[in-house]
Structures are given as C-alpha cells and as structure tokens.
Design a protein around this ligand. Structure first.
Ligand SMILES: Cc1cc2nc3c(=O)[nH]c(=O)nc-3n(C[C@H](O)[C@H](O)[C@H](O)COP(=O)(O)OP(=O)(O)OC[C@H]3O[C@@H](n4cnc5c(N)ncnc54)[C@H](O)[C@@H]3O)c2cc1C
Length: 337
C-alpha cells in the first residue's frame, strides 16, 4: 500500500538543499501501489513527478502536484552462466549499494560508476556515466509502469534508446513512465575500462588490477574532485558536454589550440563544458548564495539558503557567456522544475 503526506518539505530530499514544498508526497513500492494511487486520485489532471534521491533536480518553485517516491528494495539473481550474471534490482535501491554489491561478488561492469549518488531507478533516465563507462552498457531491460495505460512493460536496451546522458525516459516517455526495476547483465570475466584520465595510474599504483581497486580509485578521485552535497548543496554536473559538428571544433581550435575535444562519431565531437565555463572566468566565482565550484566548473553550488531561481539566474549568465565567446550552446543536465 502507498503512503501519502500533504505539504511535504523537499529541502532534505534534493541534493541542492533548495527549500520547496510538495502539495502531496507519496511513497510507493510496487506497481500495485501505483495503480491504487492513480485510481484513487481525485483530480486526474493534477501533475505528478517521480523523485528518487533528488540528486539531479532543481526546484525553482513549490511543486503543485504529487511527488512519487520509490521505497522498493532488493537485488535478485535471475541467471548465471560461466561468463555472466543477470540481476534485477529494485528502483528504490541506492545505486552505489548495488555497485558495492556487484564488486564484492566479483561481477564487473558498473565499477567505474562507483559513488554516483542516486537510486537505481533513476540510472536509466539520463544513462548515468563516469570515467568512460555508462549504465547503458550493462542494462538489459527496464521495467516500467505507464500510468496512462495502467500497464507494466519491460523495455529492452534498444527500446530505451540510450545515448550520452539521454534515453527514451527523457524524450518520448518523459513524465509518462515510472521505473520499477532495472535488469543488468554483469560479467564474471571483467575487462577493465581504465582509459579515462588518471584512473589507470591510480589503480596500478595500488597493485594488481581488481574490481575492488578500480572502485576504490574511482571513489578516491571523485572525493577529491566533487563537492559532497551533504556539506555543499549541488547536483553534480549542472551542464552537459556539448556535442558539435567537427567543423565547429576545428574552427574553434584555430583560436584555442588547447580546446579539449572527444570523438563522438565521424562528423561530431564532444567539447568539455567545464573547460568552456572555466575559460569564461566562472570557475570559483560566487554570486550571493550561489556559485561555481572552485575545483569543477561544471558544478553549481548552494552556499546556503539559495533559491532555485538564483541557481537558474547564474546558469543563464554562464550559458550566455559561453554562447557569446564560443558560439556554443551548453544545455542543462539537471532537471529543472
Ligand atoms: C555530487 C554529485 C555527483 C554526480 N555525479 C554524476 C556522474 O558522475 N554521472 C552522472 O551521470 N550523474 C551524476 N550525478 C547526477 C545524479 O547522481 C544522477 O542523475 C542520478 O541518477 C540521480 O539519481 P536520483 O535518484 O537522485 O534521481 P532524481 O534526482 O530523484 O531524479 C532524476 C530524474 O530521473 C527521474 N526519475 C528518478 N527516478 C525515477 C523512476 N523510478 N522512474 C522514472 N523517472 C525517475 C526524475 O523524475 C528526474 O527527472 C551527480 C550528482 C551529484 C549530486
């Protein structure tokens, strides 16, 4: 059965630590809970929004409808062969608890994604990624409840249309699918993915390469580079790295020879949004209660008491500077409500 509260403060339920109130707040575990909730709603037009860990959202006003919060738990081993295991994980599990469980059991594939805050059910939404890995590489299928059809469906990996920080759940199914569980395929003979930054040097410095050592190295690097939301409110990278035509990057390189470029396909490349923002002089700059983190220009922070609108004003000023200087649009990665 689901539980419902009214006028729930969301301040401790979003990593930015922004004060906002939800008109209704519902905790659910199963598809049956969701069916019961949608059947009992007095006003079918009232909006709803799934809030898991709140690590990738920015509230700019009170939420006028119902916040749906998953509390489901559980990791189930569905299949095991000589090479791989198939596991189903409840959407309400903490992502990093799942990564820890996989590493301890010797199952490879998600170790580079250690310490990304949030729930398992949110991982497919923006196809979380870090250190050269993406959740999509290990996802086999995603189980969703579709309120409009009152139906549970299982979408396989190709149906989820995963791309860089993107999926069907941010496109066609945005706001229309509630993720109940995610099924992963993990390897019993992992090939380590150490090509990103100084990960290889870090791991090898600690001895033979193992899943546990990769996880430890990723955690150590993340702790050095990223502010802890428990201390300084933030939502990780506020902006996505822009993907531009190769010709645009080549023109920019004539003026900025040190512009970092990452290959996407034959005609497109990805630019480092953090580098662009840094070059515009924003790194470490503070504007009242909000600012740009001093070690990571992609991260906007709440120094305490900031409103979502103040964060957005800062974000727009940064976007405008980057547009003016480089002619490049940087989109927000964070979901703005
Ligand atoms: C310090 C810090 C570091 C971060 N580092 C990274 C990183 O390295 N890589 C990366 O990719 N991200 C990173 N993030 C962003 C964040 O961790 C991820 O986006 C994560 O998946 C958010 O999980 P959550 O449970 O907090 O989701 P929420 O913030 O609650 O929700 C995020 C979005 O997903 C939707 N959603 C959530 N759960 C469900 C569900 N069950 N069904 C349908 N929709 C759902 C929400 O409606 C919302 O649109 C970081 C954030 C922080 C604060």
């Amino acid at each position: 059965m689901y539980t419902q509260r009214d006028h729930q403060s969301l301040k401790t339920r979003n990593s930015f630590g922004i004060e906002a109130t939800a008109r209704h707040y519902v905790e659910f575990e199963t598809a049956a809970d969701l069916q019961a909730f949608f059947a009992a709603r007095p006003d079918p037009q009232e909006p709803y929004y799934v809030l898991s860990g709140g690590n990738n959202v920015l509230f700019t006003e009170d939420y006028p409808g119902t916040i749906l919060h998953p509390v489901s738990r559980g990791i189930t081993l569905l299949d095991r062969t000589d090479d791989r295991v198939v596991v189903r994980v409840a959407g309400g599990e903490e992502w990093d608890d799942f990564v820890h469980w996989a590493v301890v059991n010797g199952y490879g594939g998600v170790e580079n994604l250690s310490l990304i805050p949030g729930y398992v059910g949110a991982a497919p939404v923006q196809n979380i990624g870090a250190y050269g890995a993406e959740a999509a590489q290990t996802i086999r299928d995603v189980e969703v409840y579709l309120p409009q059809r009152n139906e549970v469906q299982r979408l396989d990996r190709s149906a989820c249309r995963f791309a860089y920080r993107d999926s069907l759940f941010k496109g066609e199914l945005k706001g229309k699918a509630i993720i109940l569980s995610v099924t992963f395929e993990l390897s019993l003979h992992p090939t380590f993915n150490l090509g990103y930054g100084d990960l290889k040097a870090r791991v090898e410095a600690s001895g033979e390469v193992t899943l546990a050592r990769v996880r430890e190295a990723v955690m150590a690097i993340r702790r050095e580079k990223l502010p802890d939301p428990a201390i300084l409110g933030n939502a990780g990278s506020f902006f996505k790295n822009p993907v531009v035509p190769l010709s645009v990057a080549e023109t920019l390189r004539q003026t900025y020879p040190d512009l970092p470029i990452y290959s996407v396909d034959a005609t497109h490349v990805k630019l480092a949004a953090g580098w662009l923002i840094d070059r515009c002089g924003w790194k470490g700059r503070r504007q009242g209660a909000v600012g740009v983190h001093d070690r990571q220009a992609l991260v906007l922070v709440n120094y305490g008491g900031a409103t979502g609108r103040q964060v957005m004003e800062l974000a727009r000023a940064i976007q405008q500077d980057v547009r003016q200087r480089f002619g490049v649009e940087i989109d927000t990665e964070v979901n703005v409500l």
